[in-house]
Design a protein around this ligand. Sequence first.
Ligand SMILES: [Fe+2]
Ligand SMILES: [Fe+2]
Length: 257
Amino acid sequence: MIRNMNSYLLYDDGEHKVYWLGIEEAEDEKGILTNQYLVIDRNEAALIEPGGFFVFSRVLKNVSSIIPPTQIRYLMYSHQDPDVVAGLNLWFEYAPLAKIAISELWVRFIPHLAVLSVGRVIGIPDRGVDFKLGNSVIKAIPTHYLHSPGNFSFYDKKSGILFSSDIGAAAFPEGEWYLFVEDFEEHVKLMKGFHKRYMSSTRALRAWIRSVRRLNPKVIAPQHGAIFLDENVEKFLNWLESLEVGIDTFEMEFYGD
Ligand SMILES: [Fe+2]
Ligand SMILES: [Fe+2]
């Protein structure tokens, strides 16, 4: 069984803070485990990957213990999956000043979750865009086809943390969980199947790795699984580079030729 854990401070320079937003017992019995993150600069906050319905009360409680949710300026969504967006209409109410940031491909789909979304949604163009937060910048990095056709990672320049969406996801066996990757080789076993099936294209993956190497992030924080620190960032990028995924392997995988 997974035990409750509240927020964990990943970065703090006095003005700028980044939190991972906790986990609750038995979440893994309800659905795939997810990570949510809060970036704060001065008195403005961005909630990264706000998450689905059953995590909402835990995320709200942990956010509220750090800042009033009215200080959330952005709700930032990497893509349109239920584990990312399904709590959106609740966040609409609890963070009334927040704008929703999501790929422009998904803007027309959002009203199906929250009827009053007009005027509150920022469609991120395919090439990405910079979001100003207090004195800092969060960059939306194209992550298309990994796995959604309109997909972004978010890079917090000040902390050097890259929120990598589903890239880096690990599927823990029920009852097992840890926050930081320690034994990289063991951790690979929890990531491999997910990446081969949910990531669409080796070419897209390698383009993303090239753009991430230019950013040189200190930390990679995925929406599922564990966080990569220090030498595990490079180990992770090297491992990804060696992978063949999605349409490049499906014929052999599904049809045997
Ligand atoms: Fe996804
Ligand atoms: Fe996901």
